[in-house]
Design a protein around this ligand. Structure first.
Ligand SMILES: [Zn+2]
Length: 130
């Protein structure tokens, strides 16, 4: 998964796969994500001046959306049920990897109630944002 890298999230992978590009290319670019971009990926989008971020959903997790907006990035949430179901399936199948990806500590007691995990993260993410 992610070539064994803790930082190779979809956004980072997309930037890497795009290769080295001139700055102006990023300025007109749109980043498409399954989920609200985490703070690391938000930082990468800001660093390269990505113009627009289109996310599948942000019910599972809220990353740096407010920061992106505050820096003038257009943020669009298509609120896709398909993306939400995909994330639910992934978290249920690989909770350890999910918590690694978002840099959070998995509460062993919460492991039995996986449906509650995303909402807990949402509120923590919002507090961290402010
Ligand atoms: Zn990320």
């Amino acid at each position: 998964m992610q070539k064994g890298s803790p930082i190779l999230h979809g956004e980072m992978d997309a930037l890497e796969n795009a290769g080295r590009l001139k700055g102006e290319v990023y300025k007109g670019a749109t980043m498409y994500t399954t989920l609200s971009p985490c703070h690391m990926c938000t930082g990468a989008c800001l660093m390269y001046g990505i113009k627009r971020v289109v996310m599948g959903e942000n019910e599972t997790f809220i990353g740096g959306e407010d920061l992106l907006r505050s820096k003038g990035v257009e943020v669009i949430n298509i609120k896709s049920g398909q993306c939400k179901r995909m994330m639910d399936k992934f978290i249920k199948k690989a909770p350890k990897e999910w918590f690694e990806d978002i840099g959070e500590v998995e509460d062993d007691n919460e492991g039995e109630k996986e449906a509650d995990i995303p909402e807990d993260l949402d509120s923590e993410g919002s507090e961290a944002e402010n």
